[in-house]
Design a protein around this ligand. Structure first.
Ligand code: ZN
Length: 237
């Protein structure tokens, strides 16, 4: 049997609450304006998070039925759906993102242990047990809650989630090894993370929350690199 989906189910639900809180803190005009992600308005972020819930819902269906139902029909389709979705009236987007999140949570709740263990394919083509779905969703709702630029910042995300996200991005960046060699040393946590890359190791210090912002390619503040300028990072996802 695949490992239990906890604690990611908890992060998924907490992340959904944070996303909706950030969304509620923004008026329709701010959502229509350019945001912190290149080429995207807040409406694009909301449309993407709503469409992601439905795409992950396809994987839940796959786990339940055994019939292959991919997240998206193609990367182009994924992009086109976000563009079309972002043009919907903001009031509709608010309802869509909340209702799609609730449907995803309900469909996950109904999975049996055997169905949780069933393998599905991520949008990147990786075979994973369905127990990965809540983690995949947690990353989306937590990080995009901050991307909205409203009432939620990295400091509001649970430290346990930050640590898990650092594990995940460290593995991904180390596998690509296309960036600088880094050691992340949080000033408020005993753990540290080493990202394999090029050149001498640069140790970066700061809060766990801001190190998470940095490694995920988001604007970060209060970080200090020992004996060097803070290295800039290639894209993460
Ligand atoms: Zn995303």
């Amino acid at each position: 049997m695949a490992p239990a989906p906890e604690p990611a189910l908890g992060w998924m639900n907490e992340g959904t609450e944070l996303f909706l809180k950030a969304l509620e803190s923004l008026d329709d005009e701010s959502l229509a304006a350019r945001g912190s992600l290149p080429g995207w308005t807040g409406s694009h972020v909301v449309a993407h998070v709503a469409a992601n819930a439905e795409a992950l819902g396809n994987l839940v269906r796959w786990a339940r039925t055994g019939e292959a139902t991919p997240m998206y029909s193609s990367p182009e389709q994924r992009g086109a759906d976000i563009e079309v979705g972002a043009q919907r009236p903001v009031a509709e987007l608010r309802l869509w993102v909340a209702s799609s999140a609730a449907r995803l949570a309900d469909s996950l709740d109904a999975l049996t242990p055997d169905q949780w263990a069933r393998e599905v394919l991520t949008a990147q083509g990786r075979a994973v047990p369905a127990t990965e779905i809540p983690w995949m969703r947690s990353r989306e709702v937590m990080v995009h809650a901050v991307d909205l630029g409203g009432a939620v910042t990295f400091a509001d995300l649970p430290a346990s989630f930050d640590a898990a996200l650092l594990d995940d991005i460290t593995a991904k960046r180390s596998a690509g090894a296309d960036g600088p060699h880094l050691r992340l040393a949080p000033t408020d946590d005993d753990r540290s993370w080493v990202v394999t890359g090029a050149g001498d190791t640069v140790t970066v210090r700061g809060s766990l929350a801001q190190l998470t912002a940095y490694l995920s390619g988001r604007p970060a503040t209060g970080l200090h690199a020992d004996g060097a300028a803070l290295p800039s990072l290639p894209r993460w996802l």
